[in-house]
Design a protein around this ligand. Structure first.
Ligand code: C2E
Ligand code: MG
Ligand code: MG
Ligand code: MG
Length: 288
């Protein structure tokens, strides 16, 4: 075809693109029905603090089990929801599920904080922010919102105002995927976040790459100097866990510790998992 022969500098039309777009439209319609029907579910991934060797929280991750396609990647359908304007409905469903599941967990002896991913564009939706506030206000300090740095930098006035209101109501803020956006140190300083999560792109390379190890180490120091706790995302191996602990990283989350799981599996995991199995942080390394 013309596009591939190289005669044309850019492709204006290709049948593949058309099929992709038709598929995306169909999927967006089905997503709307799924949100409305309340069939999206929520999985939870534990986060452990290796200094205290205790569970320090859960991250709520939305799941869509499509009747024909099976599990659809959140990366894909959250993006579709953002483009189609369904994020308030999706997030309301996730928040309601999380608050109900938090009660169940508590009744089973696990009084645990839960983090919910909060799309950047929601920050400028005053009506929805008010809903979030009223839903979470009954549980001060128990719900944390994960927000990416880019979301705040795009419209700092609006973003910071919303974040301040959440903080005043006892809703904690976490900066998600740190290091992937165009981070600006001056904005980082202005966000009253409790936690900074280092993106797994840096964590996966920490064992091989000197430069990634250096970046991670200085990010931990920077976050600590701003009064934030640090979580490493995507921790897959015992070696990276040990390296992170030695660097003074506070918390770890990743397949190497526990995968995201539905509530019933989580209850079983929490009943049997011993965080002491994560090992003692190596203090002698921390000093170097
Ligand atoms: P995120 O907030 O950065 O979530 C972490 C992602 O990393 C999750 O992917 C999790 O399953 C995955 N992960 C955890 N540990 C490991 C590991 O050791 N290795 C690897 N390779 N991956 C790991 P998931 O569940 O597919 O979600 C992807 C993204 O979708 C999330 O990234 C978040 O941006 C978005 N998302 C998920 N749930 C929600 C939601 O309820 N609302 C919104 N707005 N976004 C959501
Ligand atoms: Mg997150
Ligand atoms: Mg993340
Ligand atoms: Mg992400």
């Amino acid at each position: 075809d013309q596009a591939r022969s190289g005669k044309q500098p850019f492709a204006v039309y290709s049948p593949e693109t058309h099929a992709d777009m038709a598929d995306a439209l169909r999927l967006t319609d089905e997503l709307h029905s799924a949100i409305t029907a309340g069939v999206l579910s929520v999985h939870y991934q534990p986060k452990y603090n290796y200094r205290t060797q205790t569970l320090s929280g859960l991250e709520a991750l939305v799941r869509w089990n499509h009747p024909q396609r099976g599990m659809v990647s959140p990366q894909r359908f959250v993006t579709l929801a953002e483009e189609a304007g369904y994020i308030p409905d999706l997030t309301r469903h996730v928040l309601k599920t999380v608050l109900a599941d938090q009660k169940t967990l508590c009744a089973n002896g696990f009084d645990v904080d839960i983090s919910v991913n909060y799309s950047g564009r929601l920050l400028s939706d005053d009506a929805f922010n008010a809903e979030t506030l009223s839903m979470c206000q009954a549980h001060p300090g128990r719900i944390c919102l994960e927000i990416t740095e880019t979301a705040v930098i795009e419209d700092p006035d609006t973003g910071l105002k919303a974040i301040d209101r959440f903080c005043a109501a006892g809703i904690e803020i976490s900066i998600d995927d740190f290091g992937t956006g165009l981070s600006s140190l001056s904005y980082l300083k202005m966000i009253p976040a409790h936690e900074l999560k280092i993106d797994r792109a840096f964590i996966s390379e920490i064992e091989q790459g000197q430069r990634d190890a250096l970046l991670v180490r200085s990010t931990i120091e920077l976050a600590h100097s701003l009064g934030m706790k640090v979580t490493a995302e995507g921790v897959e191996t015992p070696t990276s866990l040990a390296v992170l602990a030695a660097m003074g990283c506070d918390m770890a989350q990743g397949y190497g510790i526990a995968r995201p799981m539905p509530l019933d599996a989580l209850l079983a995991h929490l009943a049997s998992f011993d965080a002491r199995s994560l090992g003692e942080p190596k203090m002698e390394l921390r000093a170097s």
